[in-house]
Design a binder for this molecule. Structure first.
Ligand SMILES: *[C@@H]1O[C@H](CO)[C@@H](O)[C@H](O)[C@H]1NC(C)=O
Ligand SMILES: *[C@@H]1O[C@H](CO)[C@@H](O)[C@H](O)[C@H]1NC(C)=O
Ligand SMILES: *[C@@H]1O[C@H](CO)[C@@H](O)[C@H](O)[C@H]1NC(C)=O
Ligand SMILES: *[C@@H]1O[C@H](CO)[C@@H](O)[C@H](O)[C@H]1NC(C)=O
Ligand SMILES: *[C@@H]1O[C@H](CO)[C@@H](O)[C@H](O)[C@H]1NC(C)=O
Ligand SMILES: *[C@@H]1O[C@H](CO)[C@@H](O)[C@H](O)[C@H]1NC(C)=O
Length: 936
């Protein structure tokens, strides 16, 4: 049963080639086929006579690289025209081909690589490593390994993928182990129903594809187009392994049509392939085959997905039944139907252990041995990285074309993956606003020798914040860039003339745009600050206006600087030329915390470089104070604030609020047009991220209770210890930050009042966030501390269940109702977050659920106060009373990366209590043990 084979993929079309040489047919390729012969020099292309398909040169699809031919001694043996030429890429770490496609359509993309010693360096056989990478779009696809490779042999790579936009790109990545090159590229559209496990986040790479039966004609070594209309390569098993294989093969074939049941066929394998099969002599019972070996088939590192194609074609109505194994039993007792296609595959489930041996074993009752017609094996290509926003790509490509920037190797996707992003661009990868695609935020083309006018394409880059075109030879006037996002426009030292558009002027005067024009003709008679060399210095003493509002949804880490913009300017106020410095004098209030200038904020945030999050209301920047302390800076654009006078007193109040569970305000920035708050940076992010984050680690039950208690204590302080009491209004998991010891810290308190009351006395725009809103508030518009208690109840339910406040199950459901339904069914343990791994004390679970449901009572009067909440929570955290949480500097909780411990316990416990299903006793004792381990 020894199975051994070579794995080099070579194929031979020689016979067919001669056969069709004489045929003069005008090639009519199926729609969507793209056939590229890389390195082919003649622009007019040619028709491949074997395939009757037109091939074109690659000039239209790629920039850079050099054309080559294989050496003459290999030419004669070439099995097709495409092998003979290639394009190599000695320059650049990434070089991409871009092929037109239809967005969201499924494609098969094939690339081939034949070295042919084109550079006469014997690279494949000189003993050195010859390896380069391939990306499909912005994700790693596979490595091409040509070390120790016959120079006349071809490496074949295929991927089935979904086009992320109206083009697909494949990129060659230089690993520093040999110059990447490519011989051919073929794109084949598939039906969207085919290969159903391929979706936007999963592509699959060709691993093997074989057909069985007695195929002896060498020209059938590879079966492809036109027999397979999708031009898949089906390699002949018998021609590849027939000789080296000691199996007692029996070949079957039929001229009967083999058909699929309507609606079941997701692979569209040609009927002709099903008309042949291989089986064994009846004395044998098992077919086994291996699928991986060799430099380009490294099955052991991959997640594989096999597909087996079967059809019974032995007409004598046989009884044939077998089990299909890939290490584990995949499909038991399968029996192929007569003349009917049947493809067995696990939809979307990849083999975890990379079993590269498959067996078909006859079952005890079967009278015949197994049979097989064909199989395919694919490996998983995770598409975890997103392509840049397609509008941004379109615009920046226009810019590239306009300034003829090919030489700076702007190639492939502009932002992704980050290590290959275009020089001079910075991108926002924060996936804000439901948009997972990176956006371009900075374009720096300073000193690039640009000539001509300013490209208007920048106008549509709606996330662009910083545009630097200084030190070039740009001429003409500034286009009317109406870009709200733009905060820096540096055009200094060019040849720009003409009037400055109104929109830009107004934004400069409002302090929203930092315009630099010095060193341009337009400045010859202009003394405005934007024409002054000292521009920057002056600005440092003139805080600029930024608008900020509370950002309810804070992403990675909360920081916060808030800057507020006045509606003043939007009203087209005529006082455009006011001297903003005067507003510096206008602070009647005494506030004890540090006052920042806009320029200082700029320095702290390194010119607003590092975006750590974006909420619905604005941008959050990371910053570092002179002392080295980290802060976060949130810049919010909000035009609905009429009066800053409501805001400043609020800042004054808040600056006096100090509690260990409330985020500390470091300072603020304020003048008539600018208001900012700077808070401590919380390195662990917020509770929402942790509860909904991946399963990298999750909080254990005790940690959850601690965080709930922390949040409750912060709220209690606002409610009971401040005069007048402060209603948070927007209590939610995203506003509960976690410090390095996982202590819960409330943020964004008190601010909603300033903003809401500023312009709406009876707010119809509800305070708070959907899912957390007090139902009574809707009826009365009365905000009380009980409004916060309601929201806290929702938070508590999230902590217990790990579910968001509103979700689909399968219909949209509000968390309290979901919990009510579960409790009504008596299944209280179904309520608990699965990631707790059932590690909690059942009675504490029950009473915390009780408490949460109490908090979300419809009538405010029925809800407990925060003080009561705290005392009810403390019952379940007895350890607290002793340590009193006084030493806040000592790690109080273990960051449960080592969730190994609870897991081990779970195993132990379930092993012990196998017969007694007594849930409580076992787990309770486990819990106390765990507490000991975690060093509390
Ligand atoms: C490549 O191999 C050929 C034949 O073995 C030899 O003549 C030639 O010198 C080699 N070239 C290099 C650059 O090593
Ligand atoms: C996605 O991008 C990251 C960072 O650029 C990179 O490390 C990672 O390998 C990429 N993932 C894939 C599947 O290519
Ligand atoms: C395959 O077909 C050839 C003739 O085409 C025949 O000579 C040979 O015996 C067949 N082999 C098997 C295993 O059926
Ligand atoms: C299948 O049959 C072969 C040969 O009888 C045997 O060696 C192998 O263990 C069987 N495989 C499984 C998974 O039972
Ligand atoms: C602008 O063009 C002139 C002449 O064409 C050239 O000498 C100069 O170096 C260019 N300046 C920049 C900044 O590219
Ligand atoms: C910007 O986008 C609009 C609409 O999407 C389009 O009409 C306009 O031509 C674009 N302008 C530029 C300069 O690309």
């Amino acid at each position: 049963m020894a199975i051994s084979f070579t794995t080099k993929l070579t194929w031979i079309f020689a016979l067919l080639l001669i056969l069709v040489m004489t045929i003069q047919v005008r090639a009519q390729p199926p729609p969507g086929f793209i056939n590229i012969d890389c390195g082919w020099k003649n622009n007019s292309g040619y028709v491949d006579q074997a395939l009757i398909l037109p091939y074109s040169s690659d000039g239209d699809y790629v920039e850079g690289g050099m054309n080559h031919e294989m050496l003459p001694e290999f030419m004669a043996g070439a099995t097709n025209e495409q092998q003979k030429t290639l394009r190599s890429f000695p320059d650049g770490s990434r070089n991409c081909y871009t092929l037109p496609s239809n967005i969201s359509k499924k494609y098969l993309l094939r690339a081939t690589f034949t070295y042919g010693n084109y550079d006469r360096l014997n690279k494949t056989l000189d003993g050195s490593l010859f390896l380069f990478g391939l990306h499909i779009g912005v994700n790693f696809w596979e490595a091409v390994n040509l070390s120790n490779w016959d120079p006349s042999s071809t490496v074949l790579k295929e991927v089935i993928t979904i086009a992320p936009s109206n083009f697909v790109s494949i990129c060659l990545i230089n690993f520093g182990s040999g110059t990447p090159f490519i011989s051919s590229l073929e794109l084949r559209p598939l039906q969207d129903t085919m290969y159903p496990f391929v979706n936007a986040s999963v592509s699959v790479s060709y691993f093997q594809r074989y057909r069985f039966g007695n195929i002896t004609d060498i020209k059938d070594y590879i079966t492809r187009y036109p027999m397979d209309p999708y031009d898949r390569f089906w390699q002949s098993w018998s021609l590849t392994y027939g000789k080296s294989y000691s199996y007692p093969w029996i070949s079957l074939n039929t001229s009967n049509k083999v058909e699929s049941l309507p609606g079941t066929d997701v692979f569209n394998v040609p009927s002709a392939i099903f008309q042949q099969a291989s089986t064994l002599d009846t004395n044998y019972s098992s077919i086994q085959f291996a699928v991986a070996q060799g430099p380009n088939l490294l099955g052991n590192n991959q997640k594989l997905l096999p597909i087996f194609h079967f059809a019974e074609i032995n007409e004598s109505n046989p009884n044939r039944r077998f089990d299909i194994y890939a290490g584990e039993l995949l499909f038991p007792g399968f029996s192929p139907s007569l003349f009917q296609m049947d493809s067995k595959y696990m939809n979307g489930q990849f083999l975890q252990n990379s079993f590269t041996y498959f067996s078909l074993n006859k079952t005890a009752t079967s009278s015949l041995p197994p049979l097989i017609n064909a199989f395919e094996v694919y490996s998983l290509v995770g598409m975890e990285n997103f392509t840049t926003d397609s509008d941004d790509v379109k615009c920046i490509k226009e810019v590239k074309k306009y300034y003829n920037l090919a030489r700076i190797n702007w190639n492939g996707d502009p932002c992704s993956p980050t290590e290959y992003s275009w020089e001079g661009l910075t991108c926002d990868h924060s996936k804000s606003n439901q948009n997972p695609n990176p956006r371009i935020v900075t374009v720096n083309l300073s000193t690039r020798g640009l000539r001509g006018g300013l490209a208007i394409s920048f106008m549509n880059m709606t996330s662009l914040e910083n545009l630097d075109l200084s030190h070039n030879n740009l001429t003409g006037a500034i286009p009317d860039y109406q870009l709200e996002s733009l905060t820096v426009l540096n055009l200094s030292n060019n040849k720009i003339d003409g009037p400055i558009p109104d929109y830009i002027l107004r934004r400069v005067q409002a302090g929203l745009l930092d315009l630099r024009l010095e060193g341009n003709p337009v400045c010859s008679n202009n003394r405005d600050t934007y024409c002054s060399e000292n521009n920057n210095k002056k600005r440092n003493t003139t805080p600029t206006v930024l608008i900020a509002v509370i950002v309810p949804a804070v992403l990675i880490s909360l920081l916060v600087g808030m800057c507020i913009l006045w509606k003043l300017y939007w009203k087209g106020n005529s006082g455009d030329n006011e001297d903003y410095a005067m507003y510096e004098e206008e602070t009647p209030l005494h506030i004890d915390i540090r006052r920042f200038t806009y320029a200082e904020l700029k320095v702290i945030t390194n010119n607003f470089q590092s975006i750590i999050g974006k909420g619905g209301f604005g941008i959050v920047y990371h910053g570092k104070l002179e002392s080295g302390d980290e802060v976060a800076v949130k810049v919010l654009m909000e035009t609905s604030i009429d009066e800053s006078t409501d805001f400043l007193p609020e800042v004054q109040t808040l600056s006096k609020v100090h509690h260990k569970n409330l985020v500390t305000m470091q300072g603020y920035c304020q003048n008539k047009k600018c208001l900012a708050l700077v808070y401590d940076f919380m390195p662990r992010g917020n509770l929402q991220q942790i509860l909904r984050g991946g399963d990298i680690y999750s909080l254990d039950w005790e940690q959850r209770l601690h965080i709930a208690l922390d949040a409750a204590q912060g709220l209690e302080y606002l409610h009971e210890s401040c005069t007048p009491s402060i209603v948070h209004r927007d209590v939610k998991t995203a506003n509960i930050l976690l410090d390095k010891n996982l202590v819960g810290i409330i943020s964004d308190f008190g601010l909603s009042r300033a903003f809401n009351d500023a312009h709406t006395h009876i707010s119809t725009v509800a305070a708070g966030t959907l899912g957390y809103l007090d139902p009574e508030y809707h009826a009365t518009f009365q905000l009380t501390v009980k409004t916060d208690v309601y929201s806290f109840g929702i938070v508590l339910l999230e902590i217990i269940t790990g579910q968001p406040p509103v979700f689909n199950d399968p219909h949209t459901v509000h968390l309290p109702n979901w919990v009510r339904q579960k409790i009504a069914k008596g299944s209280i343990h179904d309520v608990a977050d699965k990631r707790l791994l059932d590690q909690y004390d059942a009675s504490s679970l029950e009473s915390v659920i009780d408490l949460a449901m109490n908090c979300v009572e419809n009538a405010a009067i029925d809800r407990p106060s925060m003080t009561e909440v705290i005392s009810r929570l403390k019952v379940w955290l007895p350890a607290l009373s002793s340590d009193k949480q006084s030493a806040s500097g000592t790690p109080r909780r273990k960051y449960s990366m080592d969730s190994e411990i609870p897991k081990q316990f779970q195993m132990m416990i379930s092993g012990v209590s196998n017969e007694g299903t007594s849930f409580q006793s076992g787990y309770t004792s486990g819990l106390t043990e765990i507490s000991m381990f975690s060093g509390r």
